[in-house]
Design a protein around this ligand. Sequence first.
Ligand code: NAD
Ligand code: DAU
Length: 353
Amino acid sequence: MILVTGGAGFIGANFVLDWLAEAGEPVVNLDKLTYAGNMENLAALADDGRHIFVRGDIGDRVLLDGLLAQHQPRAIVHFAAESHVDRSIHGPGEFIRTNIEGTFTLLEAVRAHWGGLAEAERHDFRFLHVSTDEVYGSLGPRDAPFAETNAYQPNSPYSASKAASDHLVRAYHHTYGLPTLTTNCSNNYGAYQFPEKLIPLVIANALAGKPLPIYGDGMNVRDWLYVGDHCAAIRAVLTRGRTGETYNIGGWNEMPNLVIVKTICALLDELRPDAAGPRERLIAFVKDRPGHDRRYAIDARKIERELGWRPTETFETGIRKTVRWYLEHQDWVAHVQSGAYRDWVEKNYGARQ
Ligand code: NAD
Ligand code: DAU
């Protein structure tokens, strides 16, 4: 089996669902269930014996040692992190604790476990660290996209904490020989994304007739990748990636934020017309994010050349699927917004703490 961390969050939950459908191999899912972790994302697995959910912190060494000894996973896929840039600006402490210290604790536990395996198992073991393109900093309008060889220049507390965790993973391979893989991916979108991030926030606000906040001039550029394509890329890296290597993952799809927001407005107008008029009327330019990176772009040629992975969704197909998913799952959004998604956690875990 494999051990996934952060598998109740946006990408982690998509990955667990995708993994069980595509690979069918059992998963131990370790997640602290912070505000971003949502068991409703995993509701389809409630009766699936291949999914073992454990609520806990990657910073808890005793818990990690017990899980590794009990389940003997052949691989770790490490998603758990604090992931929102704006939250890192308001309160960086949790980002240091989870993204740096948590990853360090996880690496130490895995190193001890891996060191005790038989030779063949040690050879086949994998530690896949899921990271971000934000570690490379910000690009000018004519700069080449980020390649794996670019220097790290993180600009936010979030990206600095992810950069630090990437360096630790690199060092554990170089110094101890731990068979690591690191992926640096661009902006994901799709089902189950917490509505604090641009795309689900804009969908939710547009449906509610609320303002659509655009930071600065709306011309910051991101590369957008459908989450299902990210999951497929991680499977490819886990199966065929060369240990000690990093792989950039991207959608070949750079777009300014304003275009993203206008595209969502147009799709909603088509699928759920608003009697009050086109949703673009709700666009509101607001004060910029401090230190806001201007442009990200990913050169994803290495993963295509070495592992044969390319995204299958265009932005047009992926955003249409995504908008449809949010329209069909407004109860999911309502539970997140009201906090009701936490009720299950309180019911199940409240008395145990
Ligand atoms: P998310 O915030 O939606 O989910 C994070 C999950 O980690 C949650 O379920 C949360 O409960 C869990 N978690 C947080 N702290 C934990 C801890 N100390 N111990 C155990 N679990 C903990 O994040 P996401 O958007 O799904 O991102 C997942 C990973 O992918 C992160 O490492 C992020 O840096 C990376 N990434 C995200 C994107 C993106 O666009 N969202 C792009 C590239 C890389
Ligand atoms: O690039 C990968 C990264 O993408 C991941 O590592 C992060 O975990 C993920 O959160 C995401 O970071 P961003 O900061 O790019 O995503 P976010 O959705 O917060 O913002 C996308 C762009 O939209 C960014 O330029 C800021 C802008 N924005 C965001 C919000 C929430 C707005 O203009 N208004 C908003 O209200």
